[in-house]
Design a protein around this ligand. Structure first.
Ligand SMILES: [Mg+2]
Length: 333
């Protein structure tokens, strides 16, 4: 349905909220009917297929109101969904947002949340076309559904990695996991905490890779490089080796050794929520990838190699196996 107050919890306040949200939405092309009718009507670009992904964000499971200010929570809730569409090499187009609002939530909170959500929507030319609102007995629950489109032969899946392909990542790794440790301690380094609370989906990099057919498989790093490359490996029926010494670490990350309980590799390998891209590519594409990423201003690093036998390992510079103690990121709790 389009954004509406559920019958079970209809009241004037919610209709007021919907009209406030609807008034702020900027419509982009392809939206025939947006918020207000029983269903939204959209039109795909000629020859493209529809990609759809949905995410639920629960208070005290995926976010804490004490850490996430409403504006950045609104930004992040859409950005992480856009990241899933980017991970397929597709163009994000339309979003649905559902909110279960607990008693006592200040009205300003929702307004600021929507402001953040719609700011990211306009940055990526995504239109909010509907959703639902209702009351929650306790805790704020957010559900975001994102839709994107792409030509069938440009969609990049998790299934295409081949033995001897390079494993690449965009940006830097471990920042968001370090950011989580910092906000837990009530500390703040703007860059590091921003990486956790206001991540950037790598849409332009993904679209360039997809458009040029440079990536054989791709995923966005939400649960940590080892876990997320593990998904590519499993679905492509391959394995892989990550070289710890090649993991890209930000200057800010390197300047915070006190917070890194073991070795920095641990957070870079298994810290979640960086929302960088991990992709595989034939080694003959190396120069083209570096050139293409330079053009869109995104750092890209070759961090490993796909193996024919199953299993994903991380190696120290001396070739010994790096044992990760916490594999895969548990989102906040
Ligand atoms: Mg994903």
């Amino acid at each position: 349905m389009t954004l509406s107050a559920s019958t079970a919890c209809t009241n004037r306040g919610e209709f007021g909220l919907i009209s406030r949200i609807a008034a702020k939405v900027i419509t982009t092309e392809g939206v025939i009917t947006g918020i207000g009718d029983d269903a939204a009507v959209t039109e795909l670009s000629a020859g493209m297929q529809l990609l759809t992904s949905t995410d639920m964000l629960l208070e005290d499971v995926h976010f804490r109101r004490a850490w996430h200010d409403p504006y950045r929570l609104g930004r992040k809730s859409l950005a992480v969904s856009i990241s899933d569409i980017a991970a397929m090499g597709a163009i994000p187009r339309w979003a649905l947002l559902s909110l279960a609002i607990p008693p006592g939530l200040p009205p300003d909170f929702i307004d600021d949340f929507i402001r953040g959500f719609l700011a990211v929507a306009s940055e990526y030319r995504v239109t909010l076309i509907g959703g639902d609102t209702c009351s929650s007995r306790s805790g704020l629950t957010l559900s975001v559904t994102i839709m994107g489109e792409q030509f069938p032969d440009r969609i990049v899946r998790r299934t295409g990695a081949k033995p001897d392909d390079d494993i690449w990542v965009t940006g830097t790794l471990g920042d968001a996991a370090l950011g989580l440790r910092m906000v837990e301690k009530g500390e703040g380094d703007e860059f590091i905490v921003g990486r956790l609370l206001d991540p950037t989906p790598r849409v332009s990099a993904a679209l360039i890779l997809a458009g040029a057919g440079l990536a054989s498989a791709m995923i966005d790093i939400s649960d940590g490089l080892l876990a997320d490359f593990g998904h590519i490996a499993e679905l492509s029926q391959v394995g892989g080796c990550i070289r710890c010494s090649d993991l890209p670490l930000s200057v800010s990350f390197r300047s915070h050794p006190a917070h890194i309980t073991r070795i920095p590799y641990e957070l870079a390998l298994s810290g979640g929520e960086d929302y960088e891209l991990c992709f595989t590519a034939d080694s003959s594409n190396r120069e083209k990838i570096i050139e293409a990423m330079k053009k869109c201003g995104i750092a890209v690093t070759r961090v490993g190699i796909v193996a024919s036998s199953p299993g994903v390992t991380a190696r120290n510079p001396d070739g010994s196996r790096f044992q990760v103690h916490t594999e895969g990121f548990t989102h906040l709790i």
